[in-house]
Write a protein that binds this ligand. Structure first.
Ligand SMILES: Nc1nc2c(c(=O)[nH]1)N(C=O)[C@@H](CNc1ccc(C(=O)N[C@@H](CCC(=O)O)C(=O)O)cc1)CN2
Ligand SMILES: Nc1ncnc2c1ncn2[C@@H]1O[C@H](COP(=O)(O)OP(=O)(O)OP(=O)(O)O)[C@@H](O)[C@H]1O
Length: 193
Protein backbone atom coordinates (compact mmCIF):
# COMPACT_ATOMS: atom_id res chain seq x y z
CA UNK A 1 0.00 0.00 0.00
CA UNK A 2 1.39 3.45 -0.89
CA UNK A 3 1.76 6.13 1.81
CA UNK A 4 -0.97 8.16 0.14
CA UNK A 5 -3.38 5.20 0.15
CA UNK A 6 -2.66 4.51 3.84
CA UNK A 7 -3.13 8.18 4.78
CA UNK A 8 -6.41 8.34 2.83
CA UNK A 9 -7.72 5.19 4.59
CA UNK A 10 -6.95 6.54 8.05
CA UNK A 11 -8.53 9.92 7.30
CA UNK A 12 -11.59 8.17 5.86
CA UNK A 13 -11.99 6.03 8.96
CA UNK A 14 -11.81 9.05 11.29
CA UNK A 15 -14.08 11.35 9.33
CA UNK A 16 -16.68 8.72 8.50
CA UNK A 17 -16.98 7.93 12.22
CA UNK A 18 -17.14 11.64 13.10
CA UNK A 19 -19.96 12.43 10.67
CA UNK A 20 -21.97 9.37 11.74
CA UNK A 21 -21.66 10.64 15.32
CA UNK A 22 -23.27 14.03 14.58
CA UNK A 23 -26.49 14.40 16.57
CA UNK A 24 -29.68 14.05 14.47
CA UNK A 25 -30.65 17.68 15.23
CA UNK A 26 -27.33 18.90 13.79
CA UNK A 27 -27.82 16.74 10.69
CA UNK A 28 -31.34 18.08 10.12
CA UNK A 29 -30.27 21.68 10.52
CA UNK A 30 -27.44 21.12 8.04
CA UNK A 31 -29.86 19.56 5.55
CA UNK A 32 -32.09 22.63 5.75
CA UNK A 33 -29.21 25.09 5.38
CA UNK A 34 -27.63 23.18 2.52
CA UNK A 35 -30.54 23.93 0.25
CA UNK A 36 -29.77 27.66 0.71
CA UNK A 37 -26.01 27.52 0.18
CA UNK A 38 -26.21 25.34 -2.96
CA UNK A 39 -28.69 27.69 -4.59
CA UNK A 40 -26.08 30.48 -4.39
CA UNK A 41 -24.19 28.81 -7.24
CA UNK A 42 -23.79 31.17 -10.20
CA UNK A 43 -26.70 30.82 -12.64
CA UNK A 44 -28.32 28.23 -10.40
CA UNK A 45 -31.75 28.92 -11.91
CA UNK A 46 -30.40 28.01 -15.37
CA UNK A 47 -29.31 24.52 -14.29
CA UNK A 48 -31.87 21.98 -15.49
CA UNK A 49 -30.29 18.53 -15.17
CA UNK A 50 -28.68 17.90 -11.83
CA UNK A 51 -26.88 14.88 -10.39
CA UNK A 52 -27.52 14.39 -6.66
CA UNK A 53 -27.12 11.46 -4.26
CA UNK A 54 -29.13 9.91 -1.47
CA UNK A 55 -27.32 10.38 1.85
CA UNK A 56 -25.67 7.32 3.40
CA UNK A 57 -23.22 6.78 6.25
CA UNK A 58 -23.84 10.19 7.87
CA UNK A 59 -23.34 12.23 4.67
CA UNK A 60 -24.84 15.70 4.53
CA UNK A 61 -28.35 15.16 3.22
CA UNK A 62 -29.42 16.76 -0.08
CA UNK A 63 -33.02 15.45 0.16
CA UNK A 64 -34.59 18.85 0.76
CA UNK A 65 -32.68 20.19 -2.21
CA UNK A 66 -33.97 17.29 -4.30
CA UNK A 67 -37.54 18.07 -3.26
CA UNK A 68 -37.10 21.72 -4.19
CA UNK A 69 -35.63 20.90 -7.58
CA UNK A 70 -38.42 18.44 -8.38
CA UNK A 71 -41.04 21.00 -7.36
CA UNK A 72 -39.41 23.51 -9.71
CA UNK A 73 -39.67 20.98 -12.55
CA UNK A 74 -35.91 20.30 -12.82
CA UNK A 75 -34.51 16.87 -13.66
CA UNK A 76 -32.79 15.00 -10.83
CA UNK A 77 -30.40 12.11 -11.50
CA UNK A 78 -28.83 9.71 -9.00
CA UNK A 79 -25.68 7.58 -9.32
CA UNK A 80 -26.07 3.93 -10.36
CA UNK A 81 -22.96 1.82 -9.76
CA UNK A 82 -21.67 -0.29 -12.67
CA UNK A 83 -19.59 -3.48 -12.66
CA UNK A 84 -16.62 -1.60 -14.11
CA UNK A 85 -16.73 0.71 -11.06
CA UNK A 86 -17.97 3.71 -12.98
CA UNK A 87 -21.30 5.45 -12.42
CA UNK A 88 -24.27 6.01 -14.67
CA UNK A 89 -26.85 8.63 -13.74
CA UNK A 90 -30.50 7.47 -13.59
CA UNK A 91 -33.50 9.82 -13.58
CA UNK A 92 -35.37 10.07 -10.28
CA UNK A 93 -38.79 11.70 -9.96
CA UNK A 94 -38.94 11.50 -6.20
CA UNK A 95 -40.62 8.22 -5.34
CA UNK A 96 -39.17 5.28 -3.41
CA UNK A 97 -40.75 2.85 -5.92
CA UNK A 98 -38.25 3.96 -8.54
CA UNK A 99 -35.33 2.81 -6.37
CA UNK A 100 -33.58 -0.41 -5.42
CA UNK A 101 -30.68 -0.99 -2.98
CA UNK A 102 -27.23 -1.55 -4.50
CA UNK A 103 -24.47 -3.78 -3.04
CA UNK A 104 -23.60 -1.10 -0.49
CA UNK A 105 -27.21 -0.83 0.67
CA UNK A 106 -27.58 2.62 -0.95
CA UNK A 107 -30.81 3.10 -2.92
CA UNK A 108 -30.34 3.84 -6.61
CA UNK A 109 -32.63 4.13 -9.67
CA UNK A 110 -33.81 0.74 -10.97
CA UNK A 111 -32.19 -0.81 -14.05
CA UNK A 112 -35.07 0.35 -16.26
CA UNK A 113 -34.68 4.02 -15.27
CA UNK A 114 -33.86 6.63 -17.92
CA UNK A 115 -30.12 7.27 -18.05
CA UNK A 116 -28.44 10.59 -18.80
CA UNK A 117 -25.13 10.68 -20.63
CA UNK A 118 -22.96 12.07 -17.81
CA UNK A 119 -21.55 14.87 -19.98
CA UNK A 120 -25.08 16.22 -20.55
CA UNK A 121 -25.72 16.94 -16.86
CA UNK A 122 -25.43 20.64 -15.99
CA UNK A 123 -24.17 20.02 -12.49
CA UNK A 124 -23.13 17.02 -10.39
CA UNK A 125 -23.27 17.26 -6.60
CA UNK A 126 -20.70 14.84 -5.19
CA UNK A 127 -20.82 13.16 -1.78
CA UNK A 128 -17.52 13.35 0.06
CA UNK A 129 -15.68 12.24 3.16
CA UNK A 130 -13.31 15.23 3.25
CA UNK A 131 -12.76 18.38 1.20
CA UNK A 132 -10.34 21.28 0.99
CA UNK A 133 -10.79 24.87 -0.14
CA UNK A 134 -8.52 24.12 -3.11
CA UNK A 135 -11.15 21.70 -4.40
CA UNK A 136 -9.58 18.41 -3.37
CA UNK A 137 -12.01 15.64 -2.48
CA UNK A 138 -11.70 12.42 -0.54
CA UNK A 139 -14.51 9.96 -1.28
CA UNK A 140 -15.53 6.59 0.15
CA UNK A 141 -12.66 4.90 -1.67
CA UNK A 142 -14.32 3.15 -4.59
CA UNK A 143 -12.98 5.62 -7.15
CA UNK A 144 -16.45 5.73 -8.78
CA UNK A 145 -16.69 9.48 -9.25
CA UNK A 146 -13.02 9.76 -10.21
CA UNK A 147 -13.40 7.17 -12.98
CA UNK A 148 -16.68 8.62 -14.20
CA UNK A 149 -15.55 12.23 -14.33
CA UNK A 150 -12.00 11.67 -15.63
CA UNK A 151 -11.63 13.48 -18.98
CA UNK A 152 -15.11 14.99 -18.66
CA UNK A 153 -15.25 18.78 -18.60
CA UNK A 154 -18.99 19.45 -18.98
CA UNK A 155 -20.90 19.28 -15.69
CA UNK A 156 -20.12 21.70 -12.87
CA UNK A 157 -18.63 19.66 -9.98
CA UNK A 158 -19.99 20.65 -6.60
CA UNK A 159 -18.97 18.79 -3.44
CA UNK A 160 -21.52 18.69 -0.60
CA UNK A 161 -20.23 18.28 2.91
CA UNK A 162 -20.09 19.50 6.48
CA UNK A 163 -17.73 22.24 7.67
CA UNK A 164 -16.25 19.59 10.01
CA UNK A 165 -15.10 17.61 6.94
CA UNK A 166 -12.81 20.41 5.77
CA UNK A 167 -9.06 19.65 5.78
CA UNK A 168 -6.29 22.20 5.16
CA UNK A 169 -4.59 19.77 2.82
CA UNK A 170 -5.60 16.39 1.47
CA UNK A 171 -3.38 13.58 0.24
CA UNK A 172 -3.93 13.56 -3.50
CA UNK A 173 -3.48 10.98 -6.25
CA UNK A 174 -3.13 11.90 -9.92
CA UNK A 175 -6.60 10.54 -10.73
CA UNK A 176 -8.51 12.53 -8.09
CA UNK A 177 -10.97 14.91 -9.76
CA UNK A 178 -11.01 18.50 -8.47
CA UNK A 179 -14.18 20.24 -7.36
CA UNK A 180 -15.32 23.58 -8.78
CA UNK A 181 -17.33 24.45 -5.65
CA UNK A 182 -18.05 23.05 -2.21
CA UNK A 183 -21.35 23.75 -0.46
CA UNK A 184 -21.63 23.18 3.28
CA UNK A 185 -24.28 23.97 5.89
CA UNK A 186 -22.58 27.36 6.35
CA UNK A 187 -21.35 28.62 2.98
CA UNK A 188 -20.64 28.10 -0.68
CA UNK A 189 -16.92 28.00 -1.54
CA UNK A 190 -15.51 28.63 -5.00
CA UNK A 191 -12.44 26.42 -5.21
CA UNK A 192 -9.26 27.86 -6.64
CA UNK A 193 -6.53 25.57 -7.86
N1 LIG B 1 -24.64 8.44 -0.99
C1 LIG B 1 -23.67 7.99 -1.77
N2 LIG B 1 -23.98 7.30 -2.87
C2 LIG B 1 -22.97 6.82 -3.64
C3 LIG B 1 -21.61 7.05 -3.34
C4 LIG B 1 -21.31 7.78 -2.16
O1 LIG B 1 -20.14 8.03 -1.81
N3 LIG B 1 -22.36 8.23 -1.41
N4 LIG B 1 -20.63 6.56 -4.16
C5 LIG B 1 -19.40 7.15 -4.36
O2 LIG B 1 -18.51 6.61 -4.92
C6 LIG B 1 -20.96 5.35 -4.93
C7 LIG B 1 -20.91 4.18 -3.98
N5 LIG B 1 -19.60 4.05 -3.43
C8 LIG B 1 -19.32 3.46 -2.23
C9 LIG B 1 -18.02 3.07 -1.99
C10 LIG B 1 -17.71 2.42 -0.81
C11 LIG B 1 -18.69 2.18 0.15
C12 LIG B 1 -18.41 1.43 1.41
O3 LIG B 1 -19.13 1.56 2.38
N6 LIG B 1 -17.39 0.62 1.45
C13 LIG B 1 -17.17 -0.22 2.58
C14 LIG B 1 -16.70 -1.56 2.10
C15 LIG B 1 -17.93 -2.35 1.71
C16 LIG B 1 -17.74 -3.35 0.58
O4 LIG B 1 -16.74 -3.35 -0.14
O5 LIG B 1 -18.68 -4.13 0.39
C17 LIG B 1 -16.23 0.42 3.55
O6 LIG B 1 -15.43 1.29 3.10
O7 LIG B 1 -16.35 0.16 4.73
C18 LIG B 1 -19.97 2.59 -0.09
C19 LIG B 1 -20.28 3.24 -1.27
C20 LIG B 1 -22.31 5.52 -5.58
N7 LIG B 1 -23.30 6.04 -4.69
N1 LIG C 1 -9.61 7.47 -13.51
C1 LIG C 1 -9.33 6.28 -12.95
N2 LIG C 1 -8.95 5.23 -13.69
C2 LIG C 1 -8.65 4.06 -13.12
N3 LIG C 1 -8.70 3.82 -11.79
C3 LIG C 1 -9.06 4.81 -10.99
C4 LIG C 1 -9.39 6.09 -11.53
N4 LIG C 1 -9.76 6.88 -10.50
C5 LIG C 1 -9.64 6.13 -9.38
N5 LIG C 1 -9.21 4.88 -9.66
C6 LIG C 1 -8.97 3.80 -8.66
O1 LIG C 1 -9.98 3.84 -7.67
C7 LIG C 1 -9.44 3.55 -6.38
C8 LIG C 1 -10.02 4.46 -5.33
O2 LIG C 1 -9.63 5.80 -5.54
P1 LIG C 1 -9.82 6.90 -4.41
O3 LIG C 1 -9.29 6.39 -3.12
O4 LIG C 1 -9.27 8.20 -4.91
O5 LIG C 1 -11.45 6.94 -4.34
P2 LIG C 1 -12.47 8.04 -3.85
O6 LIG C 1 -12.34 9.29 -4.65
O7 LIG C 1 -12.30 8.17 -2.40
O8 LIG C 1 -13.88 7.32 -4.17
P3 LIG C 1 -15.26 7.78 -4.86
O9 LIG C 1 -14.93 8.62 -6.07
O10 LIG C 1 -15.94 6.50 -5.22
O11 LIG C 1 -16.03 8.51 -3.85
C9 LIG C 1 -7.94 3.67 -6.48
O12 LIG C 1 -7.39 2.42 -6.14
C10 LIG C 1 -7.66 4.03 -7.93
O13 LIG C 1 -6.68 3.17 -8.44
Amino acid sequence: MSDITATKSELRRQLRAARRALPPATQHQARDRLSHTVTQLPDWHLLQRIGLYLAADGEIDPSLLAEQLLTEGKQVYLPVIQDDKTLQFGRWQGSADELIANRYGISEPRPESTRAATATLDCICLPLVAWSETGKRLGMGGGYYDRTLADLSGPLRVGLGYEMQREDALPGDAWDVDLDFVATEAALYRCRT
